[in-house]
Design a protein around this ligand. Structure first.
Ligand SMILES: Cc1ncc(COP(=O)(O)O)c(C=O)c1O
Length: 432
């Protein structure tokens, strides 16, 4: 078990934060998202502490709520001292309803709508991360009309390639996100922002990818962004950068193959690079933000299913069908993502059965994992998929009119519902 919240109990069952997964499945039904509050808090504290240890507390982590968004998770990360990053009006609304003050919200997105920007200005969001010139103009016009001042960062595309899956690589020039550095577009955007009377430019932002398992790309990104800061100051000597946001992207364990760095390593590596660069360029040291999503919740989450049909095709493969699928975990269908699966009833036994775990949606590609080793399955067993805390619930849909599963939080042997299971009535709620 690679996550500290997981173990095998005396009955040989998979246990999470002291809760028997078979009991959870029995109490709440399956499919079921289970999130360890203990593990989420442990990771939050690790990030917060890394700012104290390596950067004199001069900055903070921001939770990228897209990874897993519901009010209770927002409350937990807020209480641990993290800010909240949102990327849509819906995520912004959730954060506000969960009690996040506007000043602790960072609003991202490559194409925010006018009504989303209006919501952000109304609630005095402390950091609107402007993606491009069109958005900057729109924000200035809107802020003026509303008699508000927008506090902004600019999302820069630094041209750094992180070693990760193409679809989730965002720092390179060919990206729908941000304004490009190399072409001079980013400098032009800064100059335009500095001329505006309803916009205050405070930060620079970049995000170079996701599931990154090394520190070098982050160090390189920090250096490139500070060189850019130096370039701005050369032309505008009165400009001071209040904060530098280096994005998220820190990798987690999906399988034993993943070589995961302790999360404090990122701040350690980045802080040294920032001090060195600022000294070399004669720049004041900015506050730093990191924006982790996956690493805060990913390993804290597992999904529980009930095994249904088992179809063994000799010489081909063994399909093990579960009562979930791509509607509640679309990541294998989208990215061929690796996962570790196991039979929770016999978690301590050898995993010597090769299974293709298939969902119940009407798609051949509706798979959770192919040719993976699990304990020999039987109809009615509970099958657990590990490290599903990030980008599962948040990417879930109602495909084939499947209700979205409930979310249960577990902590020190106790469990409670954070999101109730959808009903069939929920599915037709908006139908006219
Ligand atoms: C701008 C931004 N910040 C933070 C994140 C969080 O990344 P991760 O969940 O990999 O830490 C993302 C993810 O796509 C992002 O686009």
């Amino acid at each position: 078990m690679f996550s500290p919240c997981l173990s095998v109990n005396e009955q040989g069952h998979l246990s999470i934060s002291g809760c028997d997964t078979l009991e959870l499945a029995h109490t709440y039904g399956t499919p079921l998202y289970v999130m360890s509050e203990d593990e989420i808090r442990r990771v939050c504290r690790c990030y917060v502490q890394s700012f104290q240890t390596y950067y004199h507390g001069n900055g903070r982590p921001i939770y990228a709520s897209k990874a897993f968004d519901c009010m209770e998770i927002v409350r937990i990360v807020l209480s641990e001292g993290l800010d909240i990053e949102v990327v849509s009006g819906g995520e912004l609304y959730t954060a506000l309803k969960a009690g996040a003050p506007g000043c602790r919200i960072h609003f991202q997105g490559n194409n925010k709508t006018l009504s989303e920007l209006e919501l952000a200005l109304t609630h005095e969001v402390g950091d609107i991360v402007v993606d491009n010139p069109g958005e900057l103009d729109q924000l200035q016009t809107l802020a003026r009309a509303m008699g508000k001042t927008a506090h902004i960062s600019l999302r820069i595309t630094p041209g750094i390639e992180a070693h990760t899956h193409d679809f989730i690589r965002t720092g390179q020039i060919d990206s729908k996100f941000g304004t490009d550095l190399q072409s001079g577009a980013a400098l032009a955007l800064v100059e335009r922002a500095l001329e505006m009377d309803h916009v205050v430019l405070q930060g620079l932002h970049c995000h170079i990818g996701s599931q990154i398992l090394e520190t070098e790309p982050f160090v390189h990104a920090a250096q490139v962004m500070l060189d850019f800061y130096g370039e701005i100051v050369q032309k505008h000597s009165d400009f001071t950068l209040s904060w530098l946001n280096l994005g998220g992207g820190f990798g987690i364990h999906y399988t034993k193959k993943d070589r995961v760095l302790p999360y404090e390593t990122y701040m350690e590596a980045v802080s040294a690079a920032i001090s060195e660069k600022c000294t070399a360029l004669g720049l004041p040291i900015p506050r730093v933000f990191l924006e982790p999503g996956r690493s805060v919740v990913g390993e804290a989450g597992i999904t529980l299913y009930t095994v249904g049909n088992i179809k063994e095709i000799p010489g081909v493969r063994n399909y093990v069908a579960i009562d979930g699928g791509m509607f509640e975990n679309p990541r294998y269908a989208l990215y061929r993502s690796d996962y570790t699966c196991l039979i929770a009833d016999r978690a301590g036994e050898a995993a010597d059965y090769i299974a293709t775990v298939a969902g119940k949606c009407c798609e051949s590609g509706d798979l959770i994992q192919e040719h993976t080793r699990i304990q020999t399955p039987h109809r009615g067993d509970v099958l657990a998929v590990l490290s599903t805390g990030a980008y599962n619930y948040s990417m879930a849909s109602n495909y084939n009119r499947n209700p979205r599963p409930a979310v249960v939080l577990v902590s020190h042997g106790e469990h409670r519902l954070a999101v109730r299971r959808e009903t069939y009535d929920d599915l037709i709620r908006c139908d006219l």
